[in-house]
Design a protein around this ligand. Structure first.
Ligand code: NAD
Ligand code: DAU
Length: 373
């Protein structure tokens, strides 16, 4: 039986990954380590936590005691590091927390994994590890910086992070690479484009827009809305990570993306029209609306408001996924037109989850970011 340490498993992608593993793999033991920051919510994995094969530990990936105890108690084979401060806007306000969690937290996990997996040394002094172990760092396409109108990020694109968030993720990638080179620790790094899907915290573009439409609030579009992101359904990302973990060549980096570039303004307009259509087709969905009345005419582009641009806003991201496709046979299964409808339906049907995750400091955050809109 394999033991997986999944950090950040109460957040958006980590929780979707926990669900994906349990659905698709048998005889596995999962240990979820999460500090339950504003972005982590145990309710997201409440069903999974009933499974005797899943254990939860609340704690910081940067705390040596917490991570040591997990390795002493469980025979960990795989570490998947999803835990991070993940929001670019928050990194602009508080960069230090991002360096602390994303870089130092990663190094702490690497160090303790190295210690527990080492079973001896070779003739050159390199550690020799227990068979079958691996550390996987969940990274991001943002480490490559920003593209112009053409071109794609490949694994060979030079690192050029521009926000405190992406700089911290780059720092983490470099320390992972250092453990791979210096200590021959078996690692992989995955670099994915923007994810969307269920359990996405409503500070990020798509879930924020859905939440605001349902509340009749303005839809804040940064700058002129022309920035491009390359969107991937979260389950396709989870499938790629599982493939890299089990089949990826140690020491390799794999880019993940589905060739699905969209301008932010297109995303906002599509979300508006899809919500309105779903409500017209199925009046039950109107229950999700926070304002009363029969007319849906107010669900229109009049809600869009162009606001001050994000500082240092990267213009365009686009992934070339040729390596993971040719080496590991990965391809995205969910077309954007289907994924966005599935996602919107999920939010319409899971307003309790939205209320739960926004019950903390969310109102304060929103007020600071967007004022009284
Ligand atoms: P998220 O913010 O939704 O979740 C992060 C989780 O990590 C939360 O559950 C939080 O409680 C936990 N956490 C934060 N600090 C911690 C700490 N010190 N110790 C333990 N747990 C801690 O983030 P996400 O969108 O699910 O992203 C997961 C990972 O994927 C991140 O590493 C992110 O950089 C990367 N990534 C995200 C995207 C995306 O589009 N969301 C795309 C590519 C890569
Ligand atoms: O590319 C991968 C990255 O995608 C991940 O590494 C990050 O963790 C994840 O948060 C995401 O970063 P972005 O900055 O691209 O995502 P966000 O949802 O914050 O913004 C998407 C785009 O929408 C971006 O160009 C900024 C814009 N935006 C965002 C918000 C929240 C708006 O126009 N208005 C908004 O209110």
């Amino acid at each position: 039986m394999k033991h997986y340490l999944v950090t950040g498993g109460a957040g958006f992608i980590g929780a979707n990954f926990v669900k994906y593993l349990l659905k698709n793999y048998q005889d596995i033991q999962l240990i979820v380590l999460d500090d339950l920051t504003y972005a982590g919510n145990l309710g997201t994995i409440k069903e999974e936590l009933k499974n005797p094969g899943v254990a939860f530990v609340k704690g910081d990936i940067g705390d040596p005691q917490v991570v040591e105890t997990i390795f002493e108690k469980h025979n960990i084979d795989f570490v998947l590091n999803f835990a991070a401060e993940s929001h670019v806007d928050r990194s602009i306000e508080n960069p230090q927390l991002f360096l602390q969690t994303n870089i130092l937290g990663t190094q702490n996990l690497l160090e303790i994994a190295k210690k527990h997996w080492t079973k001896g040394k070779d003739e050159n002094g390199y550690p020799v590890y227990r068979e079958g172990v691996k550390y996987l760092q969940v990274s991001t396409d943002e480490v490559y910086g920003s593209l112009g109108d053409t071109g794609y990020f490949t694994e060979k694109t030079p690192l050029d992070p521009r926000s405190p968030y992406s700089a911290s993720k780059t720092g983490a990638d470099l320390i992972v690479t250092a453990y791979s080179e210096t200590y021959k620790l078996p690692v992989n790094i995955t670099r994915c484009s923007n994810n969307y899907g269920p359990y996405h915290f409503p500070e990020k573009l798509i879930p924020l827009i859905i939440k605001n439409i349902l509340e009749g609030k303005k839809l804040p579009v940064y700058g002129d809305g022309s920035n491009v992101r390359d969107w991937l359904y979260v389950e396709d990302h989870c499938k790629a990570i599982a493939l890299v973990l089990h089949k990826g060549r140690p020491g390799e980096i794999y880019n993940i993306g589905g060739h699905n570039e969209k301008k932010n303004i297109e995303i906002v307009k599509l979300t508006l029209s899809t919500i309105r259509r779903l409500m017209e087709e199925n009046p039950v969905y109107r229950k999700a609306l926070k304002i009363s009345g029969d007319s849906l005419d107010w669900i229109s582009e009049d809600l869009i408001t162009y606001v001050k641009d994000r500082l240092g806003h990267d213009q365009r991201y686009a992934i070339d996924p040729a390596k993971i496709t040719t080496e590991l046979g990965w391809y995205p299964e969910t077309k954007f037109e289907d994924g966005i409808v599935k996602t919107i339906r999920w939010y319409l049907e899971n307003q309790d989850w939205v209320a739960e995750v926004t019950s903390g400091d969310y109102q304060h955050y929103y007020q600071q970011m967007y004022g009284n809109r």
